[in-house]
Design a protein around this ligand. Structure first.
Ligand code: SAM
Length: 212
């Protein structure tokens, strides 16, 4: 469907973003990243970061947590590997090229699954969330931070008209909150704990789901 994102398009987009990603998206997403990490560290333990990108968040975690990062984009992940080496991040147990929709981990392997600015960039968000839940232990949390599309008004009109170009850049600007609510209701075994507005402009949200 034209409205969806293709995996190849996502890989192409992030191969282009990789060299300039930190410059363009480093500072602007920083508060969201920090809030996401603080929420993840309230649980702590084994943390999987899906769509870890260039690994901007990795040095921010306390060294007592064990981290694994995966990403579809090899060029983005190469940057993350360089960061881990340069910063000597010995609590990073692994970084791997992997599709969020087909995670190569056993069931209930992680205490927390983090997705920062990724759920609207994956080809199939609902299948991806199913996979997050599979690798999460009962009582663990999925923690997302993401832009969510406006329900109505000018912003919604802009997001819908910008959507075709945004897909080429690697994300869906019009992705609605209700899609996450519908996923949780249909999937079962998961409870929404929190949705908190985040900067810039409160157009982003921190979202926490617990696995029951
Ligand atoms: C907007 S970037 C966010 C990167 C990082 N989390 C951050 O906070 O800067 C989205 C990332 O999701 C990755 N991604 C998109 N689709 C994916 C998929 N199906 N599986 C794994 N990673 C994916 C992209 O390659 C990209 O690195």
């Amino acid at each position: 469907m034209g409205a969806e994102l293709e995996k190849d398009a996502v890989e192409r987009a992030y191969a282009c973003w990789a060299p300039v990603y930190d410059l363009v998206f480093g500072a602007v997403f920083e508060r969201g990243r920090k809030a996401c990490i603080a929420a993840a560290e309230r649980i702590g333990g084994r943390i999987l970061e899906v769509g870890v990108g260039t690994g901007l968040s990795l040095p921010e975690y306390a060294s007592t947590n064990r981290l694994v990062g995966v990403d579809l984009s090899a060029p983005m992940l190469r940057k993350a590997k360089a960061r881990v080496d340069q910063r000597g991040l010995s609590n990073v147990d692994g970084l791997a090229v992997m599709d969020a929709q087909h995670l190569g981990f056993r069931d209930a392997a992680f205490d927390v699954v983090v997705g920062q600015y990724v759920i609207t960039a994956v080809p199939d968000p609902e299948a991806t969330l199913d996979e997050f839940l599979r690798v999460l232990r009962p009582g663990g949390e999925i923690i997302l931070v993401n832009h969510l599309g406006a329900e109505a008004g000018l912003r919604s009109t802009f997001e819908r008209s910008f959507a075709p170009l945004a897909r080429r850049l690697g994300w869906r600007p019009e992705f609605r909150w209700e899609r996450l609510v519908r996923w949780a209701a249909r999937r079962g075994g998961v409870r929404l704990i929190e949705r908190r507005p985040m900067p810039p402009l409160g157009h982003f949200s921190l979202i926490r789901f617990a696995r029951l």
